[in-house]
Design a protein around this ligand. Structure first.
Ligand SMILES: [Zn+2]
Ligand SMILES: [Zn+2]
Length: 313
């Protein structure tokens, strides 16, 4: 039976959270996207959006294993981790996939030192069973939908067993301090791509285009407006982020149906985001501004079997 393949946006901002009434419609939390596929839960990035997601998981009592995949180690992508409530649940299994990088120890530092009880060197309540996997661009993971543990298969190019989840990686070097890991999740022939904190080039990043080709949805960095990016005095070129135009260009080039504009500049108000949404939709019918609380269905579950009505005399 086919299960839902869905994407949920819990945090869509870049750099730092935004607060105030002018940001409510788009949302103020930093990078965090949940993907539910084949009955498993994958989480991309651990920005502040991870905090309400953790609360929702804890409230539901759901103790299925969780796989968190980090794009890189900038603070807006990891700052929610110590406040992720499933970390404190005894029967929770948590896998963290993180890119090889000279900053990789930041995650473990964060877990052992970051604490609201600052006198404690280590938070005593981190009771979840945790396993970490370091990954390099080009390597893959598989996940048997029945298993509690994903399988790291390296760069093996063999076929994915039918019904399994496949996670491929691509390291974008177009971001300061070691680049950013992009992920492609495939199940039953349908794929989504998570590609944040990457600066596109003139004519698009061809490597990323090949990696993301023919996917259903790409979640793509769109931090700056084109005017900000090209500003004659304060150009943002080289800062490691894209514009919505670049995101749309890549989606077009790679035959991607939908493009979610992501990692919004924290100063962009709802009014500005609405203008970006309109302009992007006019350029590509599948483009939209990702907002907190939004979700996108990639594949619906099979309809439940039709029940035979009871016979009445
Ligand atoms: Zn960022
Ligand atoms: Zn970054």
């Amino acid at each position: 039976m086919t299960q839902d393949f869905s994407v949920y946006f819990w945090g869509v901002r870049g750099s730092h959270p935004s607060t105030g009434p002018e940001f409510v419609e788009t949302g103020g939390n930093t990078s965090c996207v949940e993907v539910r596929v084949a009955g498993q839960r994958l989480i991309f990035d651990a920005g502040t959006g991870l905090v309400p997601l953790g609360e929702a998981i804890s409230a539901s009592g759901d103790l299925r294993p969780i796989l968190i995949l980090l794009s890189h180690y900038h603070h807006d992508h990891i700052q929610g981790l110590p406040h992720f409530s499933p970390l404190y649940a005894k029967d929770q299994i948590l896998h963290i996939v993180a890119p090889w990088n000279i900053f990789q120890d930041r995650v473990w530092d964060l877990l052992t030192h970051a604490s609201s009880h600052s006198a404690l060197a280590e938070r005593p309540g981190l009771r979840a069973r945790r396993r970490t996997m370091l990954i390099e661009g080009g390597e893959r993971l598989w996940w048997n939908t029945e298993s509690t543990t994903p399988l790291q298969v390296g760069s093996d190019t063999g076929p994915v067993p039918p019904g399994w989840i496949e996670i491929q990686t691509y390291r974008s070097h177009a971001h300061p301090r070691g680049g950013s890991m992009c992920y492609r999740v495939t199940h039953n022939g349908k794929s989504i791509v998570f590609a944040t904190d990457t600066e596109s080039y003139h004519g698009a990043d061809q490597g990323l285009a090949d990696f993301a080709r023919d996917s259903e949805l790409i979640i793509h960095d769109a931090h700056f407006t084109p005017d900000e990016y090209r500003h004659p005095l304060y150009s943002r070129q080289g800062w490691g982020h894209s514009t919505w135009e670049m995101a749309v260009e890549l989606a077009r080039l790679a035959n991607i149906k939908q493009v979610a504009l992501f990692h919004h500049d924290p100063s962009h108000t709802d009014e500005q985001m609405n203008a970006i949404d309109q302009a992007a939709r006019a350029a590509h019918p599948g483009a939209f501004v990702a907002r907190e609380g939004m979700h996108s269905i990639i594949q619906r579950a099979d309809p439940p079997p039709v029940e035979t009505p009871e016979l009445t005399p």
